[in-house]
Design a binder for this molecule. Structure first.
Ligand code: 7PJ
Length: 353
């Protein structure tokens, strides 16, 4: 039987969403305050699919088991993630403790500067601070676990008093274990446990919540010639398999968030397809994290050679993701993203929310 995917479209917000759900005209997206009135039903294998549009009402009336299960995953309210309620988009602020990060290379590579920057991000409204010690930008070289740990662990220890949940951005089990001991609550793994399968066991043992991200290839070569049968469906299938692997390793489903991995082995067209089809990923039944901040696809669209001048485009991408129900946005400029999202939210939900 052909595999089935559902992409919610025709989105409504706030009071209009609540009214349309109550009147049986729409279904809630991830149990939140966005609802969808229509959906694309995509059937087949990636590269060979048939797409038809239905009303949400017609889909909900179907007795087909696979479709019912997919709709149940799309509409279910998400549990808290790492202790955080997901009823409004959360910001994950980025702290790179690397000498070679593409976006703010070397700015925060001393322990003191990184801790001070994390405090600024928390004060600007970051619910999560993501601390990384290995650059995974296109073309970058891997670093040894010991070197990586010596960069991030002192920073994680130094931010323990901040009112934010601490995440460690690492592909290595040894770094994840040390980070958990130092107070990190989230393991953000851009390889989704494929680089170091032991990381899944560490997360299960230490009760870390996890972010599983899609990447094609290794950072060194991933931008050489990325290929997909259908990028959106391929990434969906990959994340579905990585969720299953994580659950098999003993990680509770409620502790998993997924990320399509913009920029990781993707052309401009791939990145745009993923960002414009974000609602499809709610069918994985877990919260979604989107990281568009300062990425090169923004330059491909509107220019901006220096990553730091890509901020306005980054804010637009964050709003585009939030408008499709993404629950967590990974950003460099927390104050700016918070402003963009605040204005968008007030416009579609009203100022009482
Ligand atoms: C991402 C990440 C991302 C998640 C990096 C950069 C390159 N983790 N780590 N998602 N990107 N989950 O900051 O642009 O997009 S490193």
């Amino acid at each position: 039987m052909a595999k089935l995917y559902v992409r919610p479209i025709g989105l409504l917000y706030g009071a209009a969403a609540t009214a349309a759900v109550a009147d049986g005209l729409a279904l809630p997206l991830a149990g939140g305050s966005i609802a969808f009135t229509l959906a694309e039903l995509i059937e087949g294998v990636p590269g060979k699919t048939k797409t038809r549009t239905f009303t949400a009402h017609a889909l909900a009336a179907s007795g087909e088991a696979e479709l019912k299960a997919m709709l149940a995953r799309i509409t279910a309210k998400r549990a808290r993630f790492a202790g955080l309620a997901l009823d409004r988009p959360l910001l994950m602020g980025i702290v790179n403790v690397t000498p070679d990060s593409f976006s703010d290379g070397g700015l925060y590579d001393s322990k003191e500067a990184a801790i001070a920057h994390a405090a600024e991000l928390a004060a600007a409204g970051a619910a999560i601070i993501d601390i990384g010690g290995e650059s995974t930008r296109p073309g970058s070289d891997p670093v040894e676990a010991e070197e990586e740990a010596s960069r991030v662990i002192p920073v994680i220890e130094g931010v323990s008093g901040l009112p934010a949940v601490i995440s460690v951005d690492t592909r290595k089990a040894a770094v994840a274990r040390a980070a958990a001991k130092a107070g990190a609550k989230i393991l953000n793994d851009v390889s989704a446990f494929t680089y170091d399968p032991e990381s899944a066991n560490v997360a299960a043992e230490t009760d870390l919540s996890v972010v599983l991200m899609h990447a094609q290839g290794e950072p060194k070569t991933m931008q050489d010639n990325p290929r997909y049968d259908d990028v959106v469906l391929d990434v969906f299938d990959y994340l579905e398999a990585r969720i299953a692997a994580a659950v098999k390793a003993g990680i509770d489903r409620s502790n998993i968030t997924v990320d399509p991995g913009l920029g990781f082995g993707k052309t401009l067209a791939h990145n745009l397809a993923l960002l414009s089809h974000t609602t499809l990923f709610h069918g994985l039944g877990v919260p979604l994290l989107i990281g568009a901040s300062r990425k090169r696809f923004i330059q491909g669209l509107v220019g901006g050679v220096d990553p730091r001048v890509r901020e306005p485009g980054s804010h637009a991408a964050a709003v585009a993701a939030a408008a499709q129900g993404a629950q967590i946005l990974r950003v460099h400029d927390v104050a700016g993203a918070s402003q963009a999202l605040g204005v968008w939210r007030a416009t579609v939900f009203g100022t009482e929310n």
